[in-house]
Unconditional design. Structure first.
Length: 222
């Protein structure tokens, strides 16, 4: 059964889409903000994402960038922004298709079918990633060598290792790990990153995998 994650902050649209898609035998999950969408996409692994751009915490384009850092799953934008500049920005960020509101359900369903057909040949995503002497198992959600991570530490590590060599901004990490209300709490990041380096780096004082980009964010170097 095809899994579809719907990301929209309008309850009536979430309800209408959930009913219509479930009636056509799609498995449906919903998220009302960008941070929840990114976490749910990583945990639930949908086959397609339907994404509104006007979300309360992150702009939808930022969500596209967050998804494209680790997955090639189809992203169908469903937005009230009808301007060509908005469409170009979303498509350049990695969206596969763009439908404007108000929309016809039959057309949306046809776009979904087309996007899932095109996605049939995608490469499988990595299920484990080496971090120094340890292996991070993304399916079992554990680290080799008996290393124990707290739920918050795990979410940070997962975000980083799913995006190798890509800068994860402080704002994105705070939004995805702690939620949109905490995007200014940068001291959280310093404290938890220090703990992660103690657990995963050979020399925590000279990290080679969990790197800080001063004033910008963090990067995982395989």
């Amino acid at each position: 059964m095809t899994r579809i994650l719907i990301v929209d902050d309008e309850p009536q649209i979430l309800r209408a889409l959930r009913i219509n898609l479930a009636a056509r035998h799609y498995e449906v999950a919903v998220a009302a903000d960008g941070a929840s969408a990114l976490r749910q996409a990583a945990d639930w692994r949908p086959d397609l994402v339907i994404l509104d751009l006007g979300l309360p915490d992150l702009d939808g384009v930022d969500v596209i960038h967050g998804l494209r850092g680790w997955t090639s799953l189809p992203i169908l934008v469903l937005s009230g922004r009808a301007g060509s500049a908005d469409k170009v920005e979303a498509l350049d960020a990695g969206a596969d298709d763009y439908v404007t509101k108000p929309f016809a359900v039959d057309e949306l369903l046809a776009r979904i079918r087309a996007a899932t057909r095109r996605a049939g040949g995608h490469e499988p995503e990595a299920t484990s990633v080496a971090v120094g002497d340890h292996v991070v198992d993304l399916v079992a959600k554990r680290v080799s060598g008996g290393v124990r991570l707290t739920p918050t530490e795990w979410r940070m590590v997962e975000l980083l290792v799913r995006n190798p060599d890509r800068l994860i901004s402080q704002r994105q990490m705070l939004a995805e790990v702690w939620g949109g209300a905490h995007v200014k709490e940068t001291h959280y990041l310093r404290q938890y990153m220090a703990q992660l380096r103690k657990k995963l780096e050979r020399d925590p004082a000279r990290p080679v995998h969990l790197l800080t980009e001063p004033g910008m964010g963090y990067r995982f170097k395989p």
